[in-house]
Design a protein around this ligand. Structure first.
Ligand code: MG
Length: 423
């Protein structure tokens, strides 16, 4: 293959309305609360008509920016923005080697920005273009954590008192923090190669005690959730799931690393609690295999990591047909535009199960006017055209991203012998 700047003919082989064309595609990165948020902006020949899409891959954001601005822009500039299906397939197939989180996040930025433009042109919110609401709002779950069981339960209680009906509960364990809760200062383990090592035996006995206390303190009304974060073997996963049966979890999340997902159908068959899986899917096909293969009760892909709303709505449809529910991944590493996209899917899909919720700070609301805010745990979509989210680029520029922490965040868990564990 010879390198050339000449772009092959990517014009659509059909007639399109003459009124509007794509004139520019850019990636904007901002980190108002430390997490690099990546948003794609598509401009058009109509100066007032532009779209925003989420392309947030915090650990490799620079690669996404390059993908968008060096590779995608030249494919779609000059094209009619209404051909969303063709443009995202063009973006996907043009690299030949498809899938992967860098490419999919970049394509998601394109896809969601095109849906935003479509909504603005139609004068309708995107959820109406997706078929309209089947519910008024999305019920959400929020995170709680503590350094010990009483602390974790107290934090969960504060979330219930703030209006949430679904709370994820995590607790630290001696030596190392469990996922979602802090490493305990000064608490180390003697006589082992790695004094801050994570012990699976300690974890498997701690988590049932945590949920026994949570049920006792919080009663039966609240729904309780827990995230294992991919650290168990299939047998350990079944042991944990069975030990949690008395506490009626809403879901138990990511019991296995993605490398072992083939074992999920057996684990799910033996689990008395619902399994939620999928935030590490980086391919809509892999996510569809999880749904259709009988390995999950709730699918929770990160919408931008599988390529945006266009593939995610297909997953929601597949989930609806086989009785799986959705729980899109959306903590603080999803942009406000990405949250709006997830909520548009939530309110339009009968397969909706629950929505993960991050409470954005005031500054992020200023940078992204229209950012959704939970009320009593409910997220309600904007009724303005498109996503109803804007971006103040001048303000965003004042909070530049760095590489200091998030590019290596996940490689921080080791066993007692010092060996790295799946994050
Ligand atoms: Mg998770």
């Amino acid at each position: 293959m010879t390198e050339t700047d000449a772009v092959p003919t990517f014009a659509q082989p059909w007639d399109v309305p003459a009124d509007v064309r794509i004139t520019g595609v850019r990636a904007i990165v901002t980190a108002p609360y430390g997490v690099p948020i990546v948003v794609v902006r598509i401009d058009t020949t109509d100066p007032g008509l532009y779209g925003l899409g989420c392309a947030t891959f915090t650990q490799r954001w620079k690669a996404v920016v390059t993908y968008v601005e060096e590779h995608l822009a030249r494919l779609v500039v000059g094209r009619y923005p209404g051909d969303i299906g063709d443009l995202v397939r063009l973006a996907k197939f043009s690299s030949y080697w498809r899938e992967g989180p860098v490419g999919n996040n970049a394509i998601s930025g394109l896809d969601e920005a095109l849906w935003d433009i479509a909504g603005k042109r139609a004068g309708q919110p995107v959820h109406e273009l997706l078929g309209g609401k089947v519910r008024a709002a999305a019920d959400t779950y929020v995170h709680s954590a503590g350094r010990d069981i009483p602390g974790a339960v107290a934090d969960a209680r504060s979330k219930v008192e703030a209006g949430w009906r679904h709370v994820r509960v995590q607790v630290s364990q001696p030596g190392a923090g469990t996922y979602g809760s802090a490493v305990l200062d000064g608490d180390t383990i003697d006589g082992v190669p790695y004094a801050r090592g994570w012990r699976v035996s300690e974890y498997l006995s701690l988590v049932p005690r945590l949920f026994e206390a949570a049920r006792e303190e919080l009663g039966d009304e609240v729904e309780l959730l827990h995230d294992v974060h991919s650290r168990l073997t299939p047998k350990q996963a079944v042991t944990l799931a069975r030990s949690l049966e008395p506490y009626r979890l809403f879901f138990l999340e990511d019991v296995l690393p993605p490398e072992h997902w083939d074992a999920l159908p057996q684990v799910r068959a033996a689990s008395p609690v619902p399994l939620a899986v999928g935030e590490l899917t980086t391919s809509v096909t892999d996510a569809a295999r999880l749904i259709l293969g009988g390995g999950v009760d709730l699918i929770r892909s990160h919408v931008s990591a599988i390529g945006g709303v266009t593939p995610a709505r297909k997953l929601a449809a597949a989930a609806e047909l086989v009785g799986v529910r959705t729980a899109w991944h959306a903590p603080g590493d999803t942009s406000p535009v990405g949250v709006a996209a997830s909520v548009a899917l939530d309110v339009t899909s009968p397969a909706f199960g629950i929505q993960e919720c991050h409470v954005f700070d005031e500054l992020t609301h200023e940078i992204f006017p229209g950012t959704l805010a939970p009320v009593n745990g409910w997220l309600t979509p904007n009724d303005s055209p498109g996503w109803g989210i804007d971006l103040d680029e001048n303000l965003a520029r004042r909070y530049p991203p760095g590489l200091s922490s998030f590019d290596a965040w996940a490689a921080g868990v080791r066993g007692l012998d010092g060996g790295l564990l799946a994050p």
